[in-house]
Design a protein around this ligand. Structure first.
Ligand code: FAD
Length: 293
């Protein structure tokens, strides 16, 4: 059984590099171990929360009073190809998944290239880019229900950056259908490289959680933020990226409080100027009054 660490800094578990300590942190190497860790947390009366690579998380400066859990990508990191489908474990990093697709002539998932995180996180977030989202390819998922039972062959409902799955505690694996014709691997690599270059040209490289807000219907959140002149605005150590208005960058010493202040400033300004209510894409962790995970 992996070690249970106490008072572990969440800033080390998120791409924004922000967050106080989690009371407990553990990585599970198998489903049995995961269940055992969840049982321990439940018996001790503390909440638990599963995270991937923390690339869509804003964690409180006060930390998290429960047990943060992550799936290790060893035993739990398999990708299996069968009958025009892929079975992928939740802990597989999207980068490994894209490399697997390139090696196997599978062109459907190029859009995932350059999106950080795990396949589990990508399914739960219905991550996407360039007009495609993971949910478009999900045939079924296997997950651990809040009642402790493992459920296979479940079909979630997907909407923009959202996955609806009743009773979801931990997503364990997903079956994806691959519809496209086989593509030569060098062609896939060339297209993946093109997409990476596109990201380098359009997105900042500093510590961030990607897009903070969802795009409102018919609008780009980044363009709205640009239009109100907020690009480059800084509070404490957090800055609205000068390159992309929907990214907030941790310039090195940002706190969650700084980021929340920028979020409120953006929301208030956009509401006032355009009467549009921006919805968060980023998930909050341990932020009181906003416990959305
Ligand atoms: C530079 C940058 C660029 C980005 N570009 C894009 C983009 O183009 N498109 C896009 O959609 N997103 C983008 N993102 C956001 C982010 O990468 C995606 O949302 C990603 O899919 C999150 O995966 P993760 O493993 O890091 O999840 P986390 O951030 O760790 O978790 C996200 C949510 O999923 C839940 N979760 C994670 N794993 C599981 C699991 N196994 N079971 C149950 N719940 C789980 C967590 O509790 C949390 O609520 C970007 C982020 C960055 C930093």
């Amino acid at each position: 059984m992996g070690k249970i660490l106490e008072y572990y800094p969440i800033s080390r578990l998120t791409t924004l590099r922000i967050g106080g300590c989690t009371r407990f942190f553990a990585e599970a190497e198998s489903v049995e171990e995961l269940k055992s860790l969840i049982r321990q947390a439940t018996r001790s009366g503390i909440p638990h929360c599963i995270i991937g690579r923390g690339s869509n998380l804003l964690a409180s400066d006060e930390g998290y009073s429960g047990m943060l859990l992550r799936l290790k990508s060893g035993q739990l990191g398999r990708i299996v190809k069968f009958d025009g489908r892929l079975s992928v474990e939740a802990s597989v990093p999207t980068g490994h998944f894209c490399a697997f697709c390139a090696r196997n002539g599978i062109g459907d998932f190029e859009f995932l290239c350059g999106i950080p995180g795990t396949i589990g996180g990508a399914v739960v977030m219905n991550a996407g880019a360039h007009g495609k989202s993971v949910g478009d390819f999900v045939e079924s998922v296997r997950f651990l229900h809040k009642n402790g039972i493992t459920i296979s062959n479940a079909q979630p409902q997907f909407s923009y950056r959202h996955c609806q799955l009743g009773g979801l505690d931990v997503l364990l694996s997903v079956i994806l259908h691959t519809d496209g014709p086989p593509v030569p691997d060098e062609e896939i690599r060339r297209r993946q490289l093109e997409l990476r270059r596109w990201r380098n040209d359009h997105q900042p490289i500093g510590a961030s959680a990607g897009s903070i807000f969802k795009n409102p219907i018919g609008h780009s959140a980044g363009k709205l933020i640009d239009d109100v002149g907020l690009k480059g605005y800084t509070i404490g150590g957090a800055q609205i990226s000068e390159m992309h208005g929907n990214f907030i960058i941790n310039q090195g010493n940002a706190t969650c409080k700084d980021v929340l202040a920028l979020i409120e400033l953006i929301r208030g300004t956009i509401r006032q100027k355009f009467a549009i209510e921006l919805q968060l894409e980023v998930h909050y962790l341990g932020i009181s009054g906003f416990e959305n995970i």
